[in-house]
Design a protein around this ligand. Sequence first.
Ligand code: HEC
Ligand code: HEC
Ligand code: HEC
Ligand code: HEC
Length: 207
Amino acid sequence: MSRRAILVPLLALAGVLAVLAFARPEPVACAADGADFLSQKGCKKCHFKQAKSWKKTVHAKALDCLKPGANAEAKTKAGLSVDTDYTKDPKCLKCHVTGYGQTGGYPEVKDAWNEDEQKLAKNNGGVGCESCHGAGSKYGPYKKDHEEYKRADVVALGLAVPVTADNCTGCHNKNSPTGPKPYVFDFEKMKANAEAIHAHVPLKHEH
Ligand code: HEC
Ligand code: HEC
Ligand code: HEC
Ligand code: HEC
């Protein structure tokens, strides 16, 4: 066999492996190209009703269930320890806060946070707006004027709307230790659960 005859299939195999490595689902909701996180406070000033309603949801409180003593039954059933403080465990934080370790998102765990990091932690605890809608530093400040608002423009700047299953399955997947076994995620049903997402307010204009 010629060297080329061996090399070509080898290169093809390497290519397939590289694609597979990149195609593996990431456990985090990723930022749009080059966009940073604003935190829910950055959305609240223009979307007050959604923010007020979101605050009462399990997503907003998702950091609380990592605290020692919380959700004892679910943790025991999943083989987790009830007394451990999982709010310091990056593995859990990736799915229980907004933008873990990313610019403007929840800061990486370390011995002590500085003042800025403490503020970021406060504003990005729980699964916030940008976990589902994408990091907002580009589309967030887009335009206050409703008349000029165009959906295609903000989508090009990284806003996820309509939200698809891909915006959820970065967290709602088999790596969730307390999730159903075998893992199922019924997107349409879960998305319709406004109690877990937020109350919907009709847009003021067609885009
Ligand atoms: C400066 C004000 C402003 C900020 C900040 C802002 N938005 Fe908006 N957003 C708007 C306006 C205006 C619209 C159009 C609303 C309408 O027509 O009623 C809109 C629309 C949307 C829509 C609906 C898009 C559609 O076409 O269906 C989503 C989702 C959204 N924003 C999410 C966010 C999120 C998440 C953040 C925070 C990262 C954010 N926005 C920050 C002003 C803002
Ligand atoms: C768990 C995921 C999730 C989170 C967290 C979330 N949203 Fe949404 N949002 C949705 C879904 C789903 C829709 C329905 C629209 C669609 O089909 O894409 C939506 C719709 C919207 C809309 C369009 C108008 C409306 O009320 O339906 C706005 C504006 C919006 N979200 C803003 C926000 C803001 C601001 C926050 C944070 C305070 C937030 N969202 C948090 C999933 C989420
Ligand atoms: C950043 C991670 C993350 C993303 C993204 C996310 N979720 Fe969640 N979701 C969670 C966590 C964590 C909980 C559990 C919170 C708790 O119990 O305090 C949860 C709980 C829920 C619940 C209520 C509990 C249940 O299992 O019935 C629903 C419904 C839900 N999510 C739907 C969605 C939908 C729909 C999307 C996408 C539009 C989405 N989530 C995106 C992390 C996420
Ligand atoms: C891959 C993302 C992901 C990771 C990693 C993750 N979680 Fe979660 N967690 C979720 C989601 C999504 C839910 C909602 C239940 C579901 O559908 O999986 C949830 C729900 C929970 C709940 C509430 C369960 C209930 O029914 O009361 C607890 C407690 C919890 N997680 C603890 C943890 C701990 C502790 C860790 C780390 C050891 C962890 N999670 C890691 C995604 C994750």
